[in-house]
Design a protein around this ligand. Structure first.
Ligand code: FMN
Length: 357
């Protein structure tokens, strides 16, 4: 039994080798978003069981400098932290994992779910689900190279074939994966499509390792429903945790019964803290792009957030972005915060300003 179970039956933690993920709430890897500055905002609110980097090219990793790479900067208090590797071949695994050991990684995750065509073109991400022999070699080599907790993150595959999906998951388990995260959408499905959490219940029938459900969790109510439908051992939060970095604490409190106070949130103060962290630790060339990426999601907290997102998106300097945000906060008090239905919507209302981040 890999989960620590409370009397009422809700799993309260996931144990993977020596790592305790407590509460069983994981941050999803997200390119351009799950870097140190935002991770620190999240852990300040608390209750993040396992942090994550964004996907890291296994090929490039060995030559990256962890002190200046925006992908690798990490504060000491960012614990535990899982590093996600993206690769199409087992040949890159040894050097990449050696490097992760020098970073004192707490866990290693293998990306087998990214649907981007650019990533797919070189044989990585979700296309590995169509190439199980290659996927098997990658997992076997990763397992040989590390004793750290090893996980994989997948989607549901290309078609509604749960037999094939379960065979793939069983193969991963057989090759030594310790934990599986499942983004409950098919390969081609957009984020606007409702996640298919019930598929996770089917996967759980077949394998024994902990299974973590991901996709479409924006509130404690979503978390509760997802756990009920999927029977998952834990939850992985993506955009919901970028919009509301206190969502882990909210779910820990509301769903896992943790005795913690309701998170106290000031959106302008949080935005300022994010900018301060960016400017303190990253080279200037990385500031504006990351601020735009964060603002795209953060703006959903406001009823008129598209105005904030668009004005920051079209800013040409940090100074300009900061002034525009300040003006927005002055005009938009927190009483006008959008409700959670708005937050869970797709990206259409922000499409106007998506171009140049
Ligand atoms: C901007 C962005 C970047 C992402 N980058 C990654 C990534 O680097 N690795 C990965 O496995 N998934 C990545 N994803 C997918 C997320 O990890 C997650 O599976 C997806 O957002 C669904 O979860 P959510 O509905 O909670 O956001 C990304 C998603 C977004 C929106």
């Amino acid at each position: 039994m890999n989960t620590e179970t409370k009397a009422q039956g809700r799993p309260q933690a996931i144990r993977v080798r020596d790592l305790m993920i407590d509460p069983p709430l994981l941050l999803a890897p997200m390119a351009g978003l799950t870097h140190s500055a935002l991770r620190r905002i999240m852990i300040d609110f608390g209750e993040v069981g396992l942090l994550s980097t964004e996907m890291l090219s296994a090929k490039r990793l060995p030559t990256e400098n962890p002190r200046i790479s925006p992908y690798l900067i990490r504060a000491e208090r960012e614990n535990p932290l899982s590093y996600q590797l993206l690769t199409s071949t087992d040949k890159e695994m040894a050097r990449a994992i050696d490097k992760l050991h020098t970073f004192k990684a707490d866990a290693v995750d293998l990306n087998m779910g990214c649907p981007s065509t650019a990533v797919g073109r070189f044989g990585a991400g979700v296309v590995l689900m169509e190439r199980p022999d290659e996927a098997r070699r990658i997992v076997a080599e990763a397992r040989r190279r590390t004793d750290l907790p090893l996980s994989a993150k997948i989607r549901l595959g290309s078609e509604a074939d749960s037999g094939k999906l379960k065979d793939f998951c069983a193969m991963l388990e057989g090759e030594g994966i310790d934990m599986l995260s499942v983004h409950a959408r098919f390969r081609q499905e957009p984020f606007a499509r409702n996640p298919r959490w019930a598929y996770i219940a089917e996967i759980k029938e077949r394998i024994k390792i902990p299974v973590v459900a991901n996709g479409g969790i924006f509130s404690a109510e979503d978390a509760e429903r997802c756990l009920n439908v999927s029977g998952a051992d834990g939850l992985m939060l993506g955009r919901g945790a970028v919009i509301r970095p206190w969502l882990f604490a909210e779910i820990a409190r509301g769903v896992f019964g943790r005795d913690i106070p309701a998170p106290a949130v000031s959106l302008p103060a949080m935005y300022a803290a994010f900018i301060e962290a960016l400017e303190a630790d990253y080279r200037a060339v990385y500031h504006l792009g990351r601020l735009k990426a964060f603002t795209h999601d953060f703006a959903r907290n406001y009823k008129f957030g598209h105005s904030l997102a668009c004005s920051v998106q079209s800013s040409r300097s940090m100074q300009e972005a900061r002034e525009r945000a300040r003006a927005f906060f002055a005009d938009n008090t927190e009483e006008r915060i959008a409700d959670s239905e708005d937050k869970a919507g797709d990206d259409e209302n922000l499409v106007c300003c998506n171009g140049d981040s």
